[in-house]
Design a protein around this ligand. Structure first.
Ligand SMILES: [Zn+2]
Ligand SMILES: [Zn+2]
Length: 321
């Protein structure tokens, strides 16, 4: 076909012949191109959404939003769980209320007998309060119940025994009262032991004043290790020797453990034969307690302080200084 005729047919809208074929072929290509573009746009959109989600996930991880809980967070979560655990303690008849002292005290009308009975009533009230705290509040009552029991230990400690011996009320009375008290607090001590065992070990907390290790029975500081020129010092549980220090190798080792924040290593260090002596640490419990959760007793020879004794929440008595 001459070139002039071809132009003429195209201008007249001819739909047959070689030029029509070319026109139809071009339409198919345009449709295919459009479909390809649409598919590309869709795939790109999907990839963008997936990429955005992946980037957001990585950013959240980098910001710490998706990280594993820290020791402190795990501790708080476990403590919160423990707060909801309740005990099913039943209040028994107290052996303290059934003591018959008239047969063992020689002069039943004396002031001594009144004092002994008052002391027994005080002990029975403490046991009842401790029981109420645990039965009503569960783990939340641990602090209060432990304080009551420790107070009971203090009221039957060395000072009480000394008073009985001096008053001629006989060791037999002291033994009777002690036996009754031990029997009455036994289920409470078991419950406190259960709660303490279920409680996570407190983390060492770094504060401005130093490293703080909390009491196992409350949230108070049992020991706050304050840096000194040659190691660390802390407020002692003793009312006589009020400060205790760790210097030299003990201070150096203590600093390493505290900086690592390893509570288990710290307790092990206190327990080891060559470890640092820490009065707040009960070796039998392998725990530390604040002064409020220890029954403290002092022994004096005149004006000379000869010994200090502590009894922990669970009844472990020791000479600590
Ligand atoms: Zn103990
Ligand atoms: Zn405490």
């Amino acid at each position: 076909m001459p070139y002039a005729e071809c132009i003429l047919r195209q201008s007249k809208g001819a739909k047959s012949g070689p030029m029509a074929l070319i026109v139809e072929s071009s339409s198919v290509n345009v449709i295919a191109l459009a479909l390809t573009i649409i598919a590309s746009v869709a795939i790109t959109g999907i990839l963008l959404v997936v990429g955005f989600k992946a980037a957001r996930f990585l950013l959240r991880r980098a910001a710490g939003l998706g990280r594993a809980p820290s020791t402190l967070e795990s501790h708080e979560a476990a403590s919160a769980d423990l707060q909801h655990s309740k005990t099913s303690l039943a209040m028994p008849a107290l052996s303290l209320n059934e003591l018959l002292l008239e047969n063992t005290v020689k002069s039943p009308t004396s002031e001594i007998l009144i004092n002994i009975k008052t002391r027994i009533n005080d002990l029975a009230a403490l046991v009842t309060d401790a029981h109420t705290a645990l039965a009503r509040d569960g783990a939340s009552g641990l602090n209060a119940a432990a304080r009551k029991i420790v107070e009971g230990r203090r009221l039957t400690g060395p000072e009480w025994r000394k008073y009985l011996a001096a008053s001629g009320a006989a060791a037999q009375v002291g033994a009777q009262v002690n036996a009754a008290l031990l029997k009455d607090v036994a289920p409470l001590v078991s419950e406190i032991l259960r709660l303490l065992a279920a409680k996570p070990v407190d983390p060492i907390v770094r504060r401005e004043e130093g490293y703080v290790l909390a009491c196992a029975a409350c949230v108070e500081s049992a020991v706050t290790f304050r840096p000194s020129n040659s190691g660390f010092c802390a407020r002692n549980i003793s009312n006589v020797n009020k400060t205790i220090c760790w210097d030299g190798d003990a201070g150096k080792r203590l600093g390493e453990i505290l900086a690592a924040g390893d509570t288990h290593a710290l307790l092990d260090y206190f327990a080891s034969p060559n470890g640092a002596h820490c009065p707040a640490f009960c070796p039998s419990c392998h725990r530390v307690y604040c002064a409020g959760h220890y029954a403290l007793a002092e022994e004096w020879s005149g004006s000379w302080y000869s010994a200090g004794y502590v009894t922990c929440v669970l009844g472990h008595e020791r000479e600590y200084e």
